[in-house]
Design a protein. Structure first.
Length: 125
């Protein structure tokens, strides 16, 4: 294992441990799973999403690629999947959607340890 690979694994673990929140990942007609995800870059109005303040209705979530196992199958995000997050009694649903020039996800590193999922905020309850 290369020094770069070990460094990427270390950073992925630290991000997951210190910055992520628990979300429910749902794909239509399949069993929902609970994963850790870190909210990322967005644009627009500010809103409070612990552990950080994020903006607008577009959120990029960073997850460990190995966590996205749905019905015993390692998979990648698909348009229409949903990520549900509860914060201080408020439930927010984010739908996986493509970014303007990209597909609905991309890998965050060359080793494909983490992926960035593009979402748009849907329902709030």
């Amino acid at each position: 294992m290369s020094l770069l690979m070990r460094g990427a694994e270390f950073l992925s673990e630290r991000r997951d441990e210190s910055m992520s929140v628990e979300v429910l990942y749902t794909r239509p007609d399949q069993t929902p799973i609970t994963i850790n995800a870190t909210p990322g870059r967005v644009s627009g109005e500010a809103s409070q999403l612990e552990p950080m303040t994020i903006d607008s209705d577009r959120v990029e979530w960073v997850i460990k690629a190995s966590d996205l196992v749905i019905d015993s199958t390692l998979t990648v995000p698909a348009i229409g999947d949903q990520m549900t997050y509860e914060n201080n009694g408020i439930t927010m649903v984010y739908e996986v959607n493509h970014d303007q020039l990209e597909k609905c996800y991309r890998y965050a590193d060359e080793f494909k340890l983490d992926m960035i999922i593009h979402t748009v905020q849907g329902a709030i309850s």
